[in-house]
Every structure is written in structure tokens, then in C-alpha cells.
Design a protein around this ligand. Sequence first.
Ligand code: 6CS
Ligand code: FE
Length: 281
Amino acid sequence: MKLTAAQVAFYQENGYLQIPDYFTETEVDVLYAELPKTVERDSPRIIFEDNGSIRSIFAPHFVNETYERLSRHKKLVIPSEQLIGDKIYLHQYKVNTKKGLKGDWWEWHQDFPYWHIDDGIEQPAMVSVMLYLQDTDSSNGALLLIPKTHKLGIVQFAEKGALRITEEGMKNSLEGNKNYLSSLNANLKFTVDHALIKDLSTRNGIVTASGRKGSVLFFHGNIFHASNINLTPFDRDAVLITYNSVHNAPCNKPNPRPAFLAGRDYNPIETLEASILTQEV
Ligand code: 6CS
Ligand code: FE
């Protein structure tokens, strides 16, 4: 599971790296079977779309052993340590469930601004890894990426009118979440200025990160990315784990976001030797 020098070089140049068929069909099926057990509908960990379908399940590892074991799997931790160049801890863990005919879009954005501004993380010494639980392509909302934009740092945000959090959105979200919804819903507060999207996508192109279930995508916190609504009847569930360097943990951030959004255990992750998905060790 160590990345080759060519893979690390590709990531450093482009801001992302895809590895097909990285987990077996059996491993993905076990994860998918466990997914309903991570949902507690009245928990602030669950973020809903305006139409009431589930948009994100945060911190599945808080309630499920299999998802906890996945976050420590060597196949995820070792490459992430290579890409960050340090020991790592888990900053954020979610399953983005872009349900068939219901899953909404993610506007063009960078992730790091949210972790820098909302969570007080100083540097983008972080990496996100996306594990596809279903076959994913442009029709059911695969991630779109603009290569090399991770080199730009935090860029100009798009001008947005008053952040519209619909009545539906408010109704579906618990009191505590109202402050964070515009970092998590389909009307994000920090999105990329449209002139920049036009300029950079013209120069660098737009990559559609399609992949069969079991594929993974490593991507940088500053790369421009987005995904469309899911107009097919086929769900596009994906696990997203964001790791941070243990030397880049937030320090004295006033009013930090809750632990299900910003991990509090800054100790280096101890990788799991055995298979994640069976209880035997
Ligand atoms: O606020 C956050 O942490 C989340 N928001 C976005 C738009 N992407 C990164 C992260 O999952
Ligand atoms: Fe994102």
C-alpha cells in the first residue's frame, strides 16, 4: 500500500490521485451493509438535503466499529502519511450519500478554507481520501476536479447573496447545526469566484473522478472541486476521511466546531494490522 514515487509526484503536481479497485468488492459490501447502523436520525451528525434525503453522515466511527477500523486501515493511513509527510490524526470523517434522484450538488469550492476558518487549522498539511461505495461516474454525481488548483492557496470566494438556508433545511437540522449548515449544505458560504473557475478550467481542464466501487481518490484541501445533483436512480455513497498532520492541529480556537466535524484526538493514528472489516484481529 505504499505509494510509488510516480504516484506521489502525480499528486504533488495535480492535487489528486486516483487508485482503482483499491478495496475488494467484499470489503465494500461489508461497509455498505454497516452504513444504516451509523444513522441516528435525531443526531446532529446527520445533515439532510432540503428534500429530506440524507446528504452527509458525519463521524460514523463514533457509533460503528467497522467504520472506526476503516479509518485506521494501513491502506489509507500509510499513503496519507506519505502525501502529508508526517504522522497523522483524523480531522473529519463523513459519508456523503448522494442518493439517486435526490442527492443535491456541491458547488465549486475548496475544503481547506472551512478547516482554516471554521476549525483554526493553520496549514493545508492535510489530505482527504474518498472511498467509493458504488460505481460512480458523471451521471450519478462523480467529483469534478480542476487539476493543479491546489497550488493557489485559499482563493477569492464567490460573491453570494444572503445565505439562503431554506425553511426545509432549518426544519431538518437540529438547533446546534444551524451555525454550521452553510459549511455543509447545498448553499455553501465559501465557494470559488466564477471568473477563477472559468480561467482555471480553461487552462487546466476539468477531470471527472469516475471509478468503480472500491476505488479511492486522494485529494488536496485546496483543489477546486464540485459535484452535480444525482439525476439517476443509482445512489452515489462515498466515504470521505480527512487526515491532518499531528504538527498542524488547531490551537486555542475559540468556539471550535463540535468533535463530529473537527476531530479532537491529535495523537498519531495507530494503523490496524488485520483486515478492517472482520472482527477478528
Ligand atoms: O465544513 C467542512 O468541514 C466541510 N465542508 C465542505 C464544503 N467541504 C469540506 C468539509 O467536509
Ligand atoms: Fe469538498
